[in-house]
Design a protein around this ligand. Sequence first.
Ligand code: GAR
Length: 197
Amino acid sequence: MSQRVAILISGSGSNMVALAQSMQGDHPGRPCLVLANDPAAGGLAKAEAMGIPTAVVDHRPYRGDRAGFEAELVRALAAAQPDLIALAGFMRVLTPDFVARYEGRMLNIHPSLLPKYKGLDTHARAIAAGDSEAGCTVHEVTAALDDGPILGQARVPILPGDTPETLAARVLPLEHRLYPLVLRRVLEGERSPIALL
Ligand code: GAR
């Protein structure tokens, strides 16, 4: 029986699309839910077009009440019964309680070569630091932000004249290759880190 994968998004959902499109044929996973914290997230319409159930838990009414917001996330997830949760551009910080509930069953993609540049503005920070390369990382989610065992990385050179935008545009297609690759490996029980060549 295939394993159920819930994908959490905040924005355009291009990584979600890459993950969902990969889960076909003999793939061990199938998308069971796309869950957004923003009703305007562009990825919701893309998920609907692919026939994937969607749900929204708008974080804004829960200002100052992270536990209340997460209780609604848990409720939506419980209804979908995922075996694995993939954060795909989900831009809310999750509490240790939430993370513990799904310990070992939640992945994230982050647009830097972790452990460098946790948090936001990763590409701008890599350029400002004079780094020669940038990239993306898929990792297991643990209580600390953008921490947790690394499952895969992809690298690109930083070129003279790169801006955060040009760099992001070169990294994103690699995210779309790396995340499905790691997802499949994890569903098959393989968690050794892999480098995308
Ligand atoms: C991606 O670049 C992803 O790595 C990043 O947000 C973008 C989402 O794009 N995630 C983070 O910054 C997480 N801290 P998408 O909605 O098109 O997949």
